[in-house]
Every structure is written in C-alpha cells, then in structure tokens.
Write a protein that binds this ligand. Structure first.
Ligand code: PEP
Ligand code: MN
Length: 346
C-alpha cells in the first residue's frame, strides 16, 4: 500500500502516519521523486486497515500496490531511478555502454584491452575475477589478484569497474575494489547474497536468472532494495528455452516490460543472451531500440584464446563498429550513447 499525503501535509502529520504504520508491524518508507509526500509500507499488510489510515489528518489517498514487489515497482516510484557509476548515469537520457573481457585472465591481457576500450570511449569496464563456471575443472578466475588488476585499470584509465561477486563471504572484498557489484544469473535467487549486497553502498548489477520470470527478477531486486541499497540495475541476459541454435534466448520483450513494471534502470547483455559474437551487434541494436538504458558486452583482443566465453566475445574493432551503430539507433529514438566527459578524454 502507498499512502499519498495531501499537498502541504506537515511533518507532524507525516510522522503520525509513519508511527501508525509501525504500530501495525510494518516498516514505513518515504517514496522519492513525487510532488508530494508518499509513504510506502513494507511487510505483511494483511493486518492494516486502509480506511483507518485514510481518515488520518493530512492523508489524501491510500493506493494499493498490486505487484508483490514494492520498492521496485513503478507504483511506489513513478520516476526513473538513475544509478551513477563512475561518471556514467545509468537510467538517464543516454544509453550507457559497458564492455570488457568475460574474465580477467592476466595483467597483460586486461591492461591491453582496457587501453583499447578506453580509446573507444568506454567508461565502465567489466571483467570477472570470481567466475561461476559450469564445470569445476574450468578456469575459475584470478580471485583477489584479478580485482587488483581491475583496480589498476580504474587508476590508469579512470574507467569504473563492474565485477561479479559470487558469495556472501566475498562481498566486503569485492566492494573494496569494484564500483558496481554484479550478481550473476546463477545467483539471482541466492537470497543471503542479495541481502549482503543490499547492506553495502556500491551499486548492484542484478542479472536475470536464466530460468526466472520478470516477477522473480524484481522480487530479487526487492531483496536488495529492502536492505537499504537503492542503486540497483537489472539486466536481461537471455533465458533458457527449447531453442538450441543459440546459447540462450535473448528476451527482448523483457526490456520494455521491465520499464513498465519498475523504475530501476534496465540494461541488456547481448553476449550471454546469444552466445555468438556475430549476433551481438543485431541484438544490441534491438535492445537499444526496445528501450535498454545500457549494454554490457564481452570483448577480447584474441577471442580464440579467451579462457572463457571467447565464442561470444567481440574483437575491439567490431566493438568500435557496434558503438557507432548504437549511436545511430539511439539517435533514432531521441537518445544518444552517453558521452565521454571532457576530462576523461585523451
Ligand atoms: C558474466 O557476466 O561473465 C557472466 C557469468 O554472466 P551470467 O551470470 O549472465 O552468465
Ligand atoms: Mn561471460
């Protein structure tokens, strides 16, 4: 439920409503970005009598939030959330482009690729140091030494870093190095992990579980939001279907649907969504045309030598072409690819 206060309702009236919500055993939260004060209620609402709240001084309306997620819903917050990562605003007017290798494989590979992507104007660098691999015998990532390399990329090129955290015990460590923490598809419903990233201040990139519905994705986001971290970006990265021609099926419907359901920024991962480098460009175009606020793309200077996900990694020259194409698609829908700030050029 959302309590919409009258225009001009005073602090005492707002406090009084919040106290009453607490007496009902719920947690009141002030909703941001609306003309007047709105108070959301978190918790089990069955014991609450909306008529009683409606009669309280200063209350205009009591509106039900029909979705099972509250803080993540557009009913709770009609205006778009903008998540600031480094110098990029995800969820704002322009489309934010994030790129990097699937895995941090070595200092030389990572620094060389970072230099190339910096040249292309990329401002958010991705790369996994802790890798969730299907086989326990596959490359598992460099761990903390990989995080250190990512920190060096930020230091040298001023790019912000997004990297995956796989377990609750690693949240503090990864948060020391990263600008945005990635929760991978396999962990989207790891609720203790979601709570842990919700209790630290860095933004979170939450990838859709490969077999999850949009409602399950937004309930996973709700776990993070309800712990106090409001900087959550949700990511469509492909789902499991009967189709085997591609690694996953990129669900383009998810993008405009999520934009209707939630105020959180929505980004697309066409690399995992297709599993093929030669589909990354067309699916990126489709994602931006469908309203994605950003893209996260895997790039490798020698994809054939990559320790993970080489088949879906673009070479840097193709990444340059992709950015140009995205600029054209973005402009066709009244947006642009987010500009590199003047201070960061060079
Ligand atoms: C990744 O980003 O490299 C990754 C493992 O993604 P996902 O969790 O979507 O498979
Ligand atoms: Mn990958």
């Amino acid at each position: 439920m959302l309590v919409v206060m009258r225009v001009g309702a005073d602090n005492a009236e707002v406090e009084h409503v919040m106290d009453r919500i607490r007496e009902f055993g719920n947690t009141p939260v002030l909703a941001a970005g609306t003309e007047r004060v709105c108070i959301g209620m978190l918790g089990d609402e069955r014991g609450i009598n909306p008529d009683e709240i409606l009669m309280m001084s200063g209350v205009d309306r009591v509106v039900p939030i029909l979705a099972p997620y509250k803080l993540a819903s557009r009913d709770f917050q009609p205006t778009d959330t903008i998540v600031q990562v480094g110098d990029q605003a995800i969820g704002g007017k322009d489309v934010v482009f994030m790129a990097g290798p699937c895995s941090v494989e070595s200092r030389a590979q990572t620094m060389e690729l970072a230099a190339m992507l910096h040249e292309l104007g990329v401002r958010i660098f991705r790369g996994g140091a802790f890798k969730p691999r299907t086989s326990p015998y596959a490359f598992q990532g460099m761990g903390e030494s990989g995080l250190q390399i990512l920190a060096d990329v930020r230091e040298k090129y001023g790019m912000a870093i997004v990297t995956e955290v796989m377990g609750t015990e690693e949240v503090g460590l990864v948060a020391q190095y990263a600008d945005m923490l990635q929760i991978g598809t396999r962990n989207m419903q790891n609720y203790r992990l979601l709570e842990a990233v919700g209790q630290q201040p860095k933004p979170v990139l939450l990838k859709r579980g490969m077999s999850s519905t949009l409602e399950e994705l937004l309930l996973a986001a709700e776990y993070i939001l309800s712990q106090g971290n409001r900087n959550v970006v949700v990511c469509e990265r492909g789902i499991r279907t009967f189709e085997r021609a591609t690694r996953y099926t990129f669900d383009v419907n998810a993008i405009p649907m999520l934009k209707l359901l939630t105020h959180l920024p929505v980004v697309a991962d066409p690399s995992h969504g297709t599993g093929r480098w030669d589909l990354v460009v067309p699916i990126s175009r489709a994602a931006v045309a469908a309203g994605a606020d950003g893209l996260i793309v895997e790039v490798h200077q020698r994809p054939e030598e990559a320790l993970s996900d080489g088949a879906q990694s673009l070479r840097p020259d193709r990444c340059a072409t992709l950015i140009e194409e995205l600029r054209r698609v973005s402009r066709a829908i009244g947006r642009d690819v987010a500009q590199v700030p003047v201070a960061a050029r060079g």
